[in-house]
Design a protein around this ligand. Structure first.
Ligand code: 13P
Ligand code: SF4
Length: 349
C-alpha cells in the first residue's frame, strides 16, 4: 500500500533506470496521473505512427486500450514487447464486431452486391477484423484520416463496408457527399441489412456499432448550450451521432479538437463533445477561455480509465524485475494482413 508520491517516485526511478529501453505512449483520454509519465501523447493515428518508427524501445508500456496496444505490436518488431498495464482495458466499440459476425456479413453482402464492396475498418477494432479487411483489399482508418481513406476506397470500388462505428462512417461519408438515403446499416445481431429502397442505391454499408462514450452527447445537450450560451462554439468528435455533428459548429478527431481550442482567441467560449479526461485537461490548459463539456455530466471512457497510477507502477516494477506479463501479442497470421491494412492507411497520411 504505497502513497501516491511513493508510486510516482517508483515510476520515475524505473524510467530513469531503463532510459530509452522503455517507451510509454499515452492516448489523450488517459488520466493525468498517467499522462504525466508519458514519453509521447497522441490520438490513435499519432500513436500508430510512433510505433511504426520506434525501433529503440524494448518495452512499450501502452497507456490506452487493447486495440491500440495490438496496433503497436503489429507495427513494431518481434523483439519489442508491448504491455497493457491492465488487461481489462478494452473498447466496447471494438467488441461490437467479431469475426463470426463479420464473415457472416461478408457472405450475405456478397450475395446481395457481388464483388462491388471494399471493407474499411476504424482502427478501433480487433486485430482479427483488421486482418480480415487487409485480406480483402481494404484498409484501416482513424478519425483524423477517415475522409482521405474513404476517397481512396471509392477510387477502387463502388461500395464500402465501414466497420465498426456507424457514426464515424456516416459523418465521413456525408461530408464527402454521399446521401443519407445511399447509406445502409448492417445489423450484426440479426445479420440483416437495414435499408429502405432498392439495394442498388447503396453506396456505404455502416456496421451498427457505436462508442458508448460519444453516444452520450445529445441534441438536447446542443439545444441547452444554444439557449444558455448563445455565443459558445460547439466542437465534437465524429464518433458522435449524425444529428449532433450536424448541429455543432465543428467536428474532428481528438487532435483536431486540441488544435482548434489551442488556436482560439482568449475569452472565446467552447462546449466540447468528447471524453472527460481530455475535456478536463483542455479546460486546465486554457484558463483564458471559457470551456465546458457538451454534456454537463461529463463522459468518461471507463476502460481508458482502468489504466491508473497503481497499474502503471505495478507493470513497470515487473518489467524492472524481468518478469513477462500483460504482453499484447498478435499471432503472426493475423498480424500479416492486419499490418497490410494499417500500412495502406499509413501510406496515405
Ligand atoms: P482518436 O484518437 O482517433 O481521436 O479516437 C478517439 C477514440 O475514441 C479512441 O478510442
Ligand atoms: Fe472505445 Fe469509445 Fe472508449 Fe474510444 S472512447 S476506447 S471508442 S469506448
Amino acid at each position: 500500500n504505497m502513497t501516491v508520491s511513493e508510486l510516482e517516485d517508483r515510476v520515475k526511478a524505473i524510467k530513469n533506470k531503463l532510459g530509452s529501453k522503455l517507451f510509454i505512449p499515452c492516448h489523450h483520454y488517459q488520466k493525468d496521473e498517467v499522462v504525466q509519465f508519458a514519453d509521447a501523447t497522441g490520438d490513435s493515428l499519432k500513436l500508430a505512427q510512433l510505433a511504426e518508427v520506434n525501433r529503440e524501445a524494448e518495452h512499450i508500456v501502452f497507456c490506452g486500450v487493447h486495440f491500440m496496444a495490438e496496433t503497436a505490436d503489429i507495427l513494431t518488431t518481434k523483439n519489442q514487447k508491448v504491455y497493457l498495464p491492465d488487461m481489462r482495458a478494452g473498447c466496447s466499440m471494438a467488441d461490437m464486431a467479431d469475426m463470426f459476425q463479420t464473415e457472416r456479413a461478408w457472405d450475405k453482402l456478397g450475395k446481395l452486391f457481388g464483388k462491388t464492396i471494399l471493407p474499411l475498418t476504424y482502427v478501433n477494432s480487433t486485430a482479427a477484423i483488421k486482418s480480415f479487411v487487409g485480406q480483402h483489399g481494404g484498409a484501416t482508418v482513424t478519425s483524423s484520416n477517415a475522409e482521405k481513406m474513404l476517397k481512396w476506397a471509392f477510387n477502387q470500388q463502388q461500395r464500402i463496408l465501414f466497420l465498426p462505428d456507424q457514426h464515424l462512417g456516416r459523418n465521413t461519408a456525408f461530408h464527402l457527399g454521399v446521401g443519407l438515403d445511399e447509406m445502409a446499416v448492417w445489423n450484426p445481431i440479426n445479420d440483416e441489412l437495414e435499408f429502405d429502397g432498392p439495394v442498388e442505391k447503396v453506396k456505404v454499408i455502416l456496421w451498427k456499432g457505436h462508442c458508448s462514450v460519444h453516444e452520450n452527447f445529445t441534441v438536447e445537450n446542443v439545444a441547452d448550450i444554444r439557449r444558455n450560451y448563445p455565443t459558445m462554439k460547439i466542437i465534437v468528435h465524429p464518433e458522435c451521432k449524425r444529428e449532433v455533428v450536424e448541429l455543432s459548429d465543428m467536428a474532428g478527431s481528438t487532435n483536431y479538437i486540441i488544435e482548434a481550442i489551442g488556436r482560439a482567441e482568449a475569452g472565446s467560449a467552447w462546449a466540447i463533445g468528447t471524453e472527460m479526461n481530455l475535456v478536463k485537461r483542455i479546460i486546465n490548459e486554457h484558463p483564458d477561455k471559457h470551456i465546458m463539456s457538451l454534456n454537463p455530466h461529463m463522459c468518461p471512457c471507463l476502460t481508458m480509465n482502468r489504466i491508473d497510477l497503481p497499474h502503471l507502477t505495478w507493470c513497470l516494477e515487473l518489467i524492472d524485475q524481468g518478469i513477462l506479463h500483460n504482453i499484447i501479442e498478435v499471432n503472426e497470421k493475423e498480424a500479416k494482413f492486419a499490418k497490410l491494412a494499417l500500412e495502406r492507411m499509413l501510406a496515405h497520411v
